[in-house]
Design a binder for this molecule. Structure first.
Ligand SMILES: Nc1ncnc2c1ncn2[C@@H]1O[C@H](COP(=O)(O)OP(=O)(O)O)[C@@H](O)[C@H]1O
Ligand SMILES: [Mg+2]
Length: 258
């Protein structure tokens, strides 16, 4: 079972897009996928056809309800969808940090540290799934830290703009701390996201980024990608010559997810 988190403490960089395309790609390969939405905005949940009144993720994490209470099948057309199970979010996820503080002594007894809760709960899920893919909110809060502790790999979509690249430092510092303390084998990949190669500033920033980090093939800024999400049609089901599919095929190949 491989756990992959898509993270960036900046919003609007394409996290939910990468999650959606990855989840559908894996499901289309016949893998059993658990999609976890840890963003209270619930965009991944909606894209996978799931909307719920109130998420029980906080209660599940602290051990008050079993995993069966938070699992929901994804909805949509196409055979691949049956391979996707979701743990959807709702705006109530915003109360997670408060609940963690209220349950502090209980958590210390059962998990040692709250950062470990998600890893412990996923281990309890056993081998029900081949892959777990986690979408995270745009901040360095409890959700993101727990996801990093629970994961084998983080994918970091990054836009080639100054403010987006500067924000990476904060995330990389957190990554290093988690690697040193809780998760020594954690790996990361930086994915240039929504790239417009016609803009010289973006080409220049991408060049700089590739000097500091090992970056993957880029995902271009394409209207087709927005349509993919709004029509709930993943790029893996589009024609081989479609640009979105070509970009993602190259990305999954570079990450050995194919
Ligand atoms: N490669 C792309 N080309 C065009 N639009 C994109 C691309 N990736 C994401 N988007 C759009 O950009 C917006 C932000 O993407 P999203 O995945 O929601 O970011 P995040 O989850 O990081 O906030 C969405 O409207 C999405 O449809
Ligand atoms: Mg998102």
């Amino acid at each position: 079972m491989e756990v992959i988190t898509v993270a960036n403490n900046k919003g609007g960089v394409g996290k939910t897009m990468q999650c959606y395309q990855l989840i559908c790609h894996l499901a289309n390969l016949g893998k059993k996928v658990l999609a976890i939405d840890l963003d209270s905005q619930g965009n991944l949940s909606t894209t996978l056809g799931v909307q719920i009144q109130r998420t029980l993720i906080p209660e599940w994490l602290i051990g008050d309800v079993p995993i069966s209470d938070v699992l929901v099948p994804a909805e949509g057309t196409g055979d691949y969808i049956k391979n996707i199970t979701m743990i959807p979010a709702s705006r109530h996820l915003a109360s997670l940090s408060k609940l963690l503080i209220l349950s502090e002594s209980e958590i210390r007894k059962n998990a040692g540290r709250k950062e470990r809760l998600l890893r412990i709960r996923l281990a309890e899920a056993g081998d029900l799934f081949d892959y777990i893919v986690i979408d995270t909110p745009p901040m360095l809060g409890d959700e993101l830290i727990m996801a990093l502790v629970a994961s084998n790999k983080i994918l970091i979509p990054t836009q080639a703009q100054d403010y987006s690249i500067d924000g990476l430092e904060e995330l990389m510092d957190t990554f290093e701390i988690i690697k040193e303390t809780e998760n020594p084998t954690l790996q990361f990949n930086i994915i240039p996201s929504m790239v417009n190669m016609r803009r010289s500033i973006e080409r220049q920033r991408l060049g700089e980024l590739s000097q500091s980090f090992n970056i993957t093939p880029a995902i271009r800024n394409l209207v087709q990608m927005q349509e993919s999400v709004s029509m709930q049609k993943p790029v893996c089901l589009m024609g081989n010559k479609t640009r979105g599919k070509m970009d993602y095929d190259a990305l999954w190949e570079s990450l050995n997810i194919n």
